[in-house]
Design a protein around this ligand. Sequence first.
Ligand code: NAD
Length: 453
Amino acid sequence: MSREQLAVQRARKSFHTGKTKPLEHRIHQLRSLLRFVHERQKEIADAVKKDLGKSEYATELFETIGLEGEINLALENLAEWAAPRPVEKNLLTILDEVYIQPEPLGVVLIIGAWNYPWAVTLQPLIGAIAAGNAAVIKPSEISSHSAKLMEELLPQYLDKDLYPVVTGGVSETQELLKQRFDHIFYTGNSTVGKLVMEAAARHLTPVTLELGGKSPCYIDKDCDITVACRRITWGKFVNVGQTCIAPDYILCEASIQSRVVEEIKKCIKEFYTDNPKTFEDYGRMVNQRHLKRVVALMEGSTIAVGGEVDESQCYIAPTVLKDVTGESKLMQEEIFGPLLPIITVSGVDEAIEFINDREKPLVIYVFADNNKLIKRVIAETSSGALLANDCLVHFTVSALPFGGVGNSGMGCYHGRHSFDRLSHLRSCLIKQLKMEGVNSMRYPPHTAKKMSW
Ligand code: NAD
């Protein structure tokens, strides 16, 4: 039996003992996970530094603080989330007990990506534990230091049988995908997302797919362009553009393009100095393959800011490209790197048309000092989320369901949404055997007397 099969079998056996059902068990595991994040903060940050060149502060800000917040939220609300949820009754069931009882699904497979290796892997785990599931955790092999550390340390804190970490690459993931799960929670690109869904279909396993795509960012000419560009620069170049919800490209009128370029240029200098390469708050592309892929996307487009590349260091400077067209290489795939193309449009009508001609994105960003315009973009487009006048921060609001639509994913999580996503919401109706007379109307024979009632 393979290592992967063994891990799944153990998790299932352990789940069947029923030990995840009592809330005390889940609370104990969530507290241990919280302790893990607190106590191992430094080791986690060191691993991420080796994987992606991120500073300790960035890991705290973008990974561990969010994890702590989600665990605390689950601890505070678990009793309420897991409790029976009474529902409105109809005339036929007015005397009955009618409610929804959330119950665990079973064994969940969590497949993580490398760009925020702890957040995207452990955040679904919080939901899985809270909902009373077992979970097999498969971190991305690309962020190898983080994966190794997770494999080494997590079993020191969590129940080893219920929550095993399985490391490895594509073949190990494929071996896992042959097994039967009760839910698969995958974070990564859409191509692999399709393979995951195909494998899941063989067992009729439901999936959550947290994918990526090209998130557009429209800047209205009458807004405060200085502030808009500052927020966009932050959202785009954090983690060197390797963020699923990073603005992928800018749409704006030609009359403001050079102003946008200048403002972003100023912000790049302010955030990362004249030489981002030697500045600790600017990271690296995760590996040579991704570096080469992103460098190739620049071919044929006009660089307005940046453009420097140092392959030996996996370095690409924060880069802005102007007068980009919808047909250029930059617009054929999610960039997932520090390149920010600007495409000029005649106004919001054309921007909406441009967006609607493409796959539904994970986020649409709008910068405008005009509520009507923002509401119009909401009404006339579709995306996982829409954020006006800022970048990324919707991720931090646990009450908002986080996820994509269409090509950017299916299903959502965070806070209570994670709990619901990884639970079965079971319909329960309890009737008494008394008062049989009330039911006589529905039993045959359906006589004329009954029908005329
Ligand atoms: P990746 O290469 O680490 O792949 C993700 C996981 O899929 C890994 O665990 C890997 O082992 C597995 N995998 C890869 N190829 C496979 C195959 N052929 N068969 C089975 N399993 C396979 O990560 P990635 O896909 O490069 O991640 C980047 C993408 O993820 C971007 O598109 C980004 O937008 C998206 N992303 C989305 C979110 C979100 O929450 N929506 C978060 C982070 C990243």
